[in-house]
Every structure is written in C-alpha cells, then in structure tokens.
Design a protein around this ligand. Structure first.
Ligand SMILES: Nc1nc2c(ncn2[C@@H]2O[C@H](COP(=O)(O)OP(=O)(O)OP(=O)(O)O)[C@@H](O)[C@H]2O)c(=O)[nH]1
Ligand SMILES: [Mg+2]
Length: 308
C-alpha cells in the first residue's frame, strides 16, 4: 500500500526483442501491446522480414519492442538477411520475449534459442500465445508446465494477442527486466520507421493475405514515389507509386488475377489501410513487375530494399 514513506518506483526504459517460430504471433503481440496496427500480420509464416522497432511508453516504463522474422533455416539471400535481422536484434537487448503458439509442438529452433539466451544471461520471458485456441483449462496448465520444464524461462505469461488477454501483464512483466533510466524516445513515437517503409509493409501485408501458398514469399514491395502533405503542404493527400516485385511471370498472373480482380482487391485494401494509418486520403498507383530470382541475389535484394 502506498504511504508517505514509500518511494515511487523509478522509471525504466530499455530494449526487448520478440523472437520465436514463424506465425507464432510476434507481430500480433506488438500490435496488441501498442494498441495500434503497426506491424504486418498474416496467416502465412515468414511475414516479418525486418527487425522493426516499436515504442511502448507508459507512465512507469518505456519498452522499445523489436519485432523479428520467425526463426527458420535460411534458403535464399532473403532468408539470410532475415536471420541477420534476428541476430542484430538479439545483440542489443535487456530481455528477450520468446513467443510460442501454445497449440503447436515445440520445435528445435525454440529450444536452441532458449538455451542460447540462458548462456548469454539475457532474461527470457515466455509469451505463451493463442490461449484462446485452447479447449480447456487442463490443456492450459499442461502447456505451462511443459514450457517451464523444457525452456526454463525467467517468467511465463499466457496471452492471446487476438483477444488482448493478459497483454498489459506481458508489458509489465517485460518492464521488470529493463534498467532504471529515463525514456529513450519521445512519448509520442510509436515506431522507428519511415513512412515509406510503413506504406510498403501495409501493401506487402495485403499481398500476403490475398495470395496463396508460396506466392507471397517471392514478393517484395518497392515504393517508387511517396509524396505527402508533410513535404507538399498544398497536396492534402498522400500520393504513392509502388511496385509489387515477383520472381516469375506466373506469379504476376496470379497477383493480377482474372480480370485484374486480385490486384484490385490488394489495391483497395492497401489504400484503406494506408489512409487509416496516416489519416490522409491516398492515391495509390500499384504495378506488378517481374524480377527473376530477386530474393536469391545481392542485386535483387538491394533492388527490393533489403540491405543493411
Ligand atoms: N487464434 C489466435 N490467432 C492469433 C493470435 N495471435 C496471432 N494470431 C494469428 O496468427 C497468425 C500469425 O500472426 P503474426 O503476428 O503474423 O505472427 P508472427 O509470429 O509475427 O509471424 P512471422 O512474422 O511470419 O514470423 C495471424 O493469422 C494472426 O491473426 C492469437 O492470440 N490467437
Ligand atoms: Mg511477424
């Protein structure tokens, strides 16, 4: 209980990286923590490609939460880039938050990463996600015990990013591992990313949700032109020209769709989401272009904007 003698707890600020298998719900947890749709989410694994920094500021702490690509064995230059993004994020953090889907068996990558965290001394908070999918309480306790025994995290927080269950508790738990200190970012900063990057991610998310199977993984979105009222105050709207890059002509056909229907859907949804994000009307000029094997070569990766 607060008394005249009790000291207000010191402000804490620092970095936490989210890490875990593809599709576990890392980006969904970021969006739930921030209460805003910031990171791209889709039902396809390997949606996230870049380590994206989001900033959660409360009265007691500021957590810079780094979203990372799902842990997987890299096949192409793109996969290697994604693995590099995970490494880079892990190098600088005060704690790691391992996100797992409680309905999936634990894979080796999860065990490896938890062992590695234990060796490095970085505290590991386990976010046991998608608890809304568990059928009964017994399942729930069974999973928690299994995670405790196998991964030995510093703490476990069961959550549902989808329903928002226990998300505040997860933030509070992560904050315990941050050093005392003042905020690193201004309180109104939500994300350390450019508007161009955000717009490209919104379009890429729409491609990931619209297209089936392997097609999304061979795509990238390149913003060729981005004009906003910030730069051109007379405009009163955002004007974007963007290319969806694919690896093969067949994929271009799929993304355009019969009578152009698929591309139209991607465009309408992207425009809607970009308008929501930036609060301006949007003109979106969207093209599909073939760049054979772009994600396998350095030049292709550079063209698609995946360079450090
Ligand atoms: N039922 C349920 N689904 C969820 C929950 N959290 C995320 N999802 C769904 O799981 C899928 C993957 O979510 P993402 O947030 O993109 O997962 P991720 O871990 O960031 O995936 P990658 O970036 O591909 O590594 C999406 O279809 C989400 O809607 C949850 O708590 N419950
Ligand atoms: Mg993600």
């Amino acid at each position: 209980m607060a008394s005249a003698m009790s000291k207000t707890p010191a402000y804490r600020a620092g970095y936490v990286t989210l890490i875990g298998p593809p599709n576990a719900g890392k980006s969904s947890i970021i969006n739930a923590l921030l209460g805003e749709k910031l990171a791209a989410v889709s039902d396809k694994p390997q949606t996230t490609r870049n380590a994206v920094r989001c900033v959660l500021t409360t009265e007691r702490y500021q957590i810079i939460v780094i979203d990372t690509p799902g842990l997987h064995k890299p096949k192409y230059a793109l996969g290697a880039f994604m693995a590099g993004e995970i490494e880079k994020a892990l190098g600088t953090v005060d704690a790691a938050c391992l996100v797992v889907d409680v309905t999936k068996p634990l894979d080796d990558s999860v065990r490896e990463i938890s062992e590695r965290m234990a060796r490095s001394g970085v505290p590991l908070v386990l976010a046991a996600n998608k608890i809304d999918k568990l059928r009964d309480r017994e399942d729930f306790w069974k999973y928690l015990e299994m995670f405790q025994a196998k991964l030995r995290p510093s703490s476990v927080v069961p959550v549902s990013a989808l329903k928002g269950t226990n998300i505040g508790e997860l933030g509070n738990e992560l904050a315990k591992y941050l050093p005392e200190g003042s905020a690193i970012y201004d309180g109104d900063v939500l994300m350390d990313a450019t508007e161009r990057f955000l717009a490209a991610e919104i379009i890429r998310e729409r491609v990931f949700e619209a297209a089936e199977q392997e097609v999304p993984h061979g795509t990238a979105v390149v913003i060729e032109e981005f004009k906003s009222p910030d730069e051109y105050p007379d405009m009163k709207r955002i004007s974007i020209r963007a290319d969806i890059i694919v690896e093969r002509p067949g994929q271009k056909g799929i993304l355009i769709g019969r009578g152009g229907r698929m591309l139209k859907k991607i465009k309408t949804e992207s425009k809607r989401d970009i308008e929501r994000r930036f609060g301006w009307p949007v003109t979106l000029d969207l093209w599909v272009k073939v760049r054979p094997g772009w994600r396998k070569s350095n030049e292709g990766m550079k063209m698609a904007g995946y360079t450090r």
